[in-house]
Design a protein around this ligand. Sequence first.
Ligand code: 2PG
Ligand code: MG
Length: 401
Amino acid sequence: MTLITDIRLRRILDSRGNPTVEADVVTESGGFGRAAAPSGASTGEYEAVERPPGEAIAAAREHAVPRLVGEVYAGNQRDVDAALHAADGTDDFSEIGANSAVAISMAAAKAGADVLGAPLFQHLGGTFRGENFPIPLGNVVGGGEHAADATDIQEFLAAPVGAPSVADAVFANAAVHAAVADLLEERDVPCGKGDEGAWAPSIDDGEAFDVVAEAVSMVQDEVGFNIGFGLDVAGAELYDSVSGTYEYSDVSRDTDEQIEYIAELVEEYDLVYVEDPLDEDDYDAFADLTDEVGDQTLICGDDLFVTNTDRLIEGIDRGAANSILIKPNQIGTLTDAFDAIELATENGYDSVVSHRSGETEDATIAHLAVATDAPFIKTGAVGGERTAKLNELIRIADDAT
Ligand SMILES: O=C(O)[C@@H](CO)OP(=O)(O)O
Ligand SMILES: [Mg+2]
């Protein structure tokens, strides 16, 4: 019933106004799935390769579509994704593009769910999923590669760890986002928004820490549950491999100083989450920091692991980080993303399913997080392409998908 009978690929707009790949998958019994690839700005060196959308579409039409249409059942995700790998023939999707691959992979999953008449999370995760929800990490202030002339640290995140429901958590993050705007106005700091909808003021990191800590504590008092504070440092973007230092606007830190700086921030702000505090090649530094503060906070590898099980195995062996960011487009298929989450879970690493800075209204990652029982999701706080995922989580919790 789920035999794939048609695949259409097109260029659509992403949230930055750039083209991206959208896929439609149709099955023999009329099942339909549509999904779109997101796109990163602070991309990891070891990510699967995103090709210009026009080229990715042409290559996928030539190599992948003939291997899928009339050949593979959309309901069998591993077969779909194996066919995508076989069609590509490289180990980084540089032939058909990880953007075409992930769009087709996710669209096939949705078509499979459609034939079953089941919500996507249930098709992917089974009937016992849908009871637990990820804690949403909400980006409220940001800079780095996501906004010009703003903070050095890429993302200051609200983490409503004590929220009684996913809806309460989502609204709490939006409230922190609004409180940050009020506090910045009081300080006469004008600001626009960065790529993910976070405020992008022209302030230094120290001032951003003050503002976000105050906003978090104000909203925490209002809502009456615990809201933590987290960061995505995007360390690889700050790291200068020639000098071996992390280059901030006002200071440069060598690796030991960077480890100490992050450890101090964990203490001072009681950080519950720190993503990519160090360079993507430095497993040893990740291991040292994890050793120092890993019992107090999550040290998450994004550019370090790029959702890749080989890189995660290396991290597990060396004690680097205790958490992994999961971005399906970093690795190209849902199967690969699932395998990374399962390997992480088996080894006590918390998975954080994540958006990209360039997004669409596609909400697959909300279902992926619920399907895999992931403890966290990072998908912004406000903005249509971000709320598409947050509102989908609320609907899943309300049993309304
Ligand atoms: O670094 C990150 O975690 C992501 C998403 O927040 O950014 P980008 O998609 O630009 O890689
Ligand atoms: Mg990151």
